[in-house]
Design a protein around this ligand. Structure first.
Ligand SMILES: NC(=O)c1ccc[n+]([C@@H]2O[C@H](COP(=O)([O-])OP(=O)(O)OC[C@H]3O[C@@H](n4cnc5c(N)ncnc54)[C@H](OP(=O)(O)O)[C@@H]3O)[C@@H](O)[C@H]2O)c1
Length: 441
């Protein structure tokens, strides 16, 4: 499989990916990871997104330092490709997303079933690949830790970056008055279009006077919650607009400077400082993290949050992708799309393989599920076939879905008569016509 491999530590933006000086290269023949346990699931990666931490990891500046060589990458979405014999939560062909400590900048990744999330029908897979770390961090920080409530004033630093843009949207959903701090016209315009209450452009405005003016004009007391993924001088300045009893969420240090928060001022002003390392919730409070991701996926499905992706690159353009993060060009998230196999298996082979992997019981269940759906409303069969045609004509998922549809209709063929029989025959004809179309593509 194709994978981005980090063989030494260093700056991946300094030279072209794969050049002798670069710490990263694209391997075209990296072994496909095997299932590592009975409950393991292998996922064929559809899309994977960059986080600042992935860049820090290759630089050797992240808190967790993996042994070399390693495949970087954390957030991903994809299609279940193979399951271990004790997997109960997923089937081959399911749409899933997750995050890993390492390994998503590749065509395949293996995870335990407990760490995967089903992507709801109405969610875009690219959006799902950019959601877990950025939105997960901001959701746990604002909702679980700061318990942000309606009417409170939230100030977000680095507001157009990955975690920042997520914090802004979650703040609005909580009913907070949101102040966003970012640099540059494009970022400012995007933030304004998201209904942010006050935006400060660091490129042309003084953060303290601009925020103080807004607070005065709106007759507010000050900032109740500071969301800080930047650190350094900006944190120091922001402390001047915090209210009595404010909360500071220490998220990261994109500026490269770890700020000092004076304990004497925290005491006098009754501030609460939350250090937040989201990934460690997986070890210490996994339920908080899992509930949070599920809630976010349901928000995504309902259109309450949107994922903004400013750049998309292939794995061989990793230098440019990390460059966009380093040069503060990223707005929201940056995406990497692993390449499809040059000569993959045929459609027929893929469907057979996917079906072989299902146990007989599993196979019967899924077919019966579909059939019972059709029993209630035969039009559902036609809708499903239509959906497969419209949305998934080119994907493995579409083929697996079609195969299941055909099996389900066959199952019904022997059990119906009269008007229903005609409808079943019509649906079978339609599904078969679609299958011919798939196979010829
Ligand atoms: N605690 C956790 O669990 C957790 C989870 C995820 C991320 N993080 C951390 O949060 C930080 C932001 O992550 P992200 O993925 O949102 O990154 P990002 O998309 O690159 O956003 C970072 C933002 O910081 C601002 N910034 C200010 N000074 C900067 C500098 N010298 N270099 C680069 N950016 C600078 C930029 O905004 P302007 O250009 O508009 O000023 C940029 O949009 C990182 O430190 C990351 O490690 C922590």
């Amino acid at each position: 499989m194709e994978a981005l491999v980090c063989r030494k530590l260093g700056d991946p933006t300094a030279t072209e990916t794969g050049s002798p000086e670069s710490p990263v290269e694209v391997s075209k023949s990296y072994p496909i990871p095997p299932l590592s346990s009975d409950t393991a699931v292998r996922v064929k990666v559809t899309a994977t997104s960059l986080n600042y931490a992935n860049y820090l990891q290759i630089l050797g500046k992240y808190q967790e330092k993996p042994a070399l060589p390693f495949i970087p990458g954390s957030d991903y979405s994809g299609i279940v490709d193979e399951i271990g014999p004790a997997v109960t939560k997923f089937r081959v062909g399911d749409r899933v997303c997750s995050f890993a400590a390492l390994g998503s900048f590749a065509q395949f990744i293996v995870a335990d079933q407990s760490g995967l999330f089903l992507v709801p029908e109405r969610c875009d897979m690219v959006a799902a690949a950019a959601l877990p770390v950025a939105f997960g961090t901001s959701h746990v920080a604002l909702v679980h830790r700061a318990r942000l409530t309606s009417g409170q004033v939230l100030m977000v630093l680095g507001a157009a970056g990955g975690v920042g843009l997520a914090a802004v949207q979650i703040g609005k959903i909580c009913g907070a008055i949101v102040i966003a701090v970012a640099r540059g016209t494009e970022k400012i315009q995007l933030l304004k279009s998201m209904g942010v209450d006050h935006v400060v452009d660091l490129g042309s405005q003084n953060v303290i006077s601009s925020v103080k003016e807004f607070i005065k004009a709106r007759k507010l007391k000050g900032v109740d919650v500071l969301y800080d993924p930047v650190g350094g001088k900006l944190t120091k300045e922001s402390m001047k607009v915090l209210s009595w009893g404010a909360q500071i969420l220490v998220i990261g240090f994109a500026s490269g400077d770890v700020p000092v928060i004076p304990a004497n001022i925290a005491l006098v002003k009754n501030w609460t400082v939350h250090g937040l390392y989201w990934g460690s919730y997986r070890i210490h409070q996994p339920k908080v993290l899992e509930d949070s991701i599920r809630e976010l996926l349901s928000w995504l499905a309902r259109g309450l949050i949107t994922i903004h992706i400013s750049h998309t690159y292939s794995l061989s353009q990793a230098n440019l992708a990390f460059g966009a993060i380093k040069d503060r060009k990223a707005i929201g998230k940056i995406l990497e799309e692993p390449k499809e196999d040059e000569k993959g298996p045929s459609v027929q082979e893929t469907v057979e393989k996917a079906n072989d992997k299902l146990s007989d019981q599993h196979k019967r269940l899924s077919v019966r599920d579909l059939a019972s759906k059709f029993d209630k409303n035969l039009a559902a069969a036609v809708n499903l076939a239509d959906e497969a045609k419209l949305r998934e004509v080119a994907s493995l998922e579409g083929h697996v879905m079609l195969k299941k549809l055909r099996d389900a209709l066959e199952y019904m063929r022997g059990r119906t008569d009269g008007q229903d029989k005609e409808d079943v025959e019509k649906a079978i004809f339609m599904v078969e016509a679609l299958a011919v179309k798939f196979n010829s593509e």
